[in-house]
Write a protein that binds this ligand. Structure first.
Ligand SMILES: C[S@@+](CC[C@H](N)C(=O)[O-])C[C@H]1O[C@@H](n2cnc3c(N)ncnc32)[C@H](O)[C@@H]1O
Length: 269
């Protein structure tokens, strides 16, 4: 069985180190500071589904390093608030915004997405959550919270990167979830909770190909930069993370775990 292994603390604490920037460039092509399976092209497509205007205020749940939130704020010229449970992620996000001239439009806050969100009802014009829903075990409660803080008639987009789609062993599940708390669901569960929480499902698409591509590139790039990474991560963590990335690549390429994107809407009335 795989042991728990830190990915987020280590990555966010060293986010601006040259080797991590090089790995992001080699992995994603265009580096917007993402720490997920999304590429710029895909993120742009998801943003376009939200029907955003410059006077809108968007909540990014699990905003990581803050890079994607910054990109969103500059591409739409809207306001963005990012929340993440990881303090190193939020600290990195704050630092990146401080020198960017975007400080009046972007806010970051440490918050646990599994708890009541620290915002009033009907507060945001859109919500976005990339490759993080799998860390929220009380999924129905999370959707209810999202519905509470979203304005009527407005939309949220999220990906679930670990929908069970085929046979998976306990060791494979352990490796895939070695970086923290994970909830794996079979097809139909997200759909059921979306409806039960009062959202309307507008669209869903299988976007596993991006996870297969990105995880494969990430693993290969990390291997090329092993020596520099070992100085940051140490040998045990480096090897553990390599096994994690290899597992993501294998399970998504073989279509045994799917990554699905969902677009939902809070009914106007
Ligand atoms: C795969 S990363 C994705 C980050 C970001 N969305 C991106 O695309 O770069 C998952 C993120 O979920 C965050 N996370 C995990 N559990 C959380 C929780 N309970 N509440 C808020 N964020 C959480 C982690 O700290 C991490 O930043």
């Amino acid at each position: 069985m795989a042991n728990r292994i830190d990915l987020f603390d280590s990555t966010y604490s060293h986010f601006t180190q040259q080797v991590l920037e090089t790995i992001r460039k080699e992995t994603f092509g265009q580096d917007i500071g993402q720490n997920s399976w999304t590429t710029l092209e895909e993120y742009d497509r998801f943003i376009s589904w939200l029907d955003l205007r410059p006077d809108h205020h968007v909540l990014e749940v699990a905003s990581g390093s803050g890079g994607p939130a910054r990109y969103l704020a500059s591409s739409v010229s809207c306001r963005v608030t990012g929340i993440d449970a990881n303090e190193a992620g939020i600290a990195t996000a704050y630092q990146s915004v401080a020198g960017s001239g975007q400080a009046d439009r972007i806010t970051f806050k440490v918050a646990d997405a599994n708890s009541r969100l620290p915002f009033d009802d009907n507060f945001f014009d859109a919500m976005l959550c990339i490759d993080s829903m799998n860390h929220f075990p009380d999924r129905l409660k999370v959707f209810q919270e999202w519905r509470r803080v979203l304005r009527p008639g407005r939309r949220a987009v999220f990906t679930d990167p670990v929908v069970i789609a085929g046979p998976v062993t306990n060791d494979e599940l352990a490796l895939r979830s070695s970086i923290g708390l994970f909830l794996f669901v079979p097809p139909g569960v997200n759909e059921q909770f979306i409806e039960a929480s009062g959202f309307r499902l507008l669209k869903q698409e299988d976007v596993s190909a991006n996870a297969a591509l990105v995880s494969g590139r990430w693993h290969a790039s990390r291997q090329r930069h092993k020596e520099a990474l070992m100085k940051i991560e140490g040998e045990e963590r480096f090897e553990g993370l390599q096994e994690f990335f290899a597992a993501v690549h294998r399970l998504t390429s073989e279509k045994r775990l799917s990554r699905i994107v969902y677009l939902v809407e809070k009914p106007a009335r």
